[in-house]
Ligand binder design. Sequence first.
Ligand SMILES: NC(=O)c1ccc[n+]([C@@H]2O[C@H](COP(=O)([O-])OP(=O)(O)OC[C@H]3O[C@@H](n4cnc5c(N)ncnc54)[C@H](O)[C@@H]3O)[C@@H](O)[C@H]2O)c1
Length: 275
Amino acid sequence: MKIRGKKVLVTGAASGIGRCTALAMAKAGGKLILTDINELGLAETVSMARKQGGAVLASKALDISDLASVQELADEVHRDFGPMDVLCNIAGIALFAQVEDMEHSHWEKILAVNLWGVIHAVECFVPEMIRARSGHLVNVASLAGLAGLPWHAAYSASKHAVVGLSESLSFDLRKHGIHVTLVCPGAVATPLVESVRILADPALVAKSKPLFLKAAVTPEKVAELTLRAVERNRFLVLTSPDIHALYLLKRQAPRTFRGAMRVMSRAMDKALGKR
Ligand SMILES: NC(=O)c1ccc[n+]([C@@H]2O[C@H](COP(=O)([O-])OP(=O)(O)OC[C@H]3O[C@@H](n4cnc5c(N)ncnc54)[C@H](O)[C@@H]3O)[C@@H](O)[C@H]2O)c1
C-alpha cells in the first residue's frame, strides 16, 4: 500500500520506534493519528512531524491497556476521519527477570501492555477496516516473539502471542483486502534500553546495558524497513543480519540453537549476578 494520503494510526508514538515510524509515515505523505501514554513525548512527536511538513490529524494520550480509552479514541477518529488505512501497534514495555524474582503484577503489566494493548487496538480499529475492505496492520513484536530468550519469560510470552495473532490475522484479513506486517526487531537503540526493568543488582544491570547497545540498530532503520514492508505488502520484517541468522539457526538447526541459548543463558546469569 502506498502511504501518500493514507490515514496512519501509530501507538507508542511518543518515543523510539513508534516516533520514528510516525515521522517516516508522515514523510511518505501519510496523515497521522498518534497515541501514547506519555503526553509530553507525544506532543513532541506531533511538533516534529509538523515541522518536517507532515500532516497530523489528531493525537491523544491514553493507556493502551485500558480498553475503554482505546474504544473512545476509535469512536472519535472513526467519527471524524472514517476507517484507518494503516494501524501500527508499536507501544510496548520490557522486563527481564528470573521467574523466582517476579511478582504476579509483573506478568500482568507486561501482558496488559504488550498483548492486550495490541488486542484492544485490533478489536477497536480492524472491524472498520474490514468494512472499508482495505488496510494494513503493523504489529511490532520482537526477536523474543520468535525465540524464547533467557531472562525474557514474560516479555517472550507477550511477544510470542503477538506473533501468533499476527500470523493468524494475515490469513483471515486477506479476503478483506487487509495485509499484515509483523516486525521483529533485535536490539534497537531507543529509550527502552533505559526504561527496561531488569530484576537484578542495579550495579550489574548498569554494567550490562552498554553490551546490549553494541548490537543495536537505530529506530530510524526499523521505521524505514517497516515503511518499505507496508508499501510492498511484506509479512515479516527482521531488522538486522544477526536476527536473520538466529531465526534461521532456530528453524534449520534447533539443537545448535538451544546450545547457543544455553551459553547465552549462563553468560546473562553471570553478568546479572545469578551464578
Ligand atoms: N528497543 C528494542 O531493543 C526493541 C527490541 C524488540 C522489540 N521492541 C519493541 O518495539 C516497540 C517499541 O519499543 P521502543 O524500543 O521504541 O521503546 P520506547 O520505550 O522508546 O517506546 C515505547 C513507547 O510505548 C509507550 N507505552 C508504554 N506503555 C504504554 C501504555 N500502557 N499505553 C500506551 N503507550 C505506552 C511508551 O510511553 C513509549 O513511548 C515495543 O513494542 C518493544 O517491545 C523494542
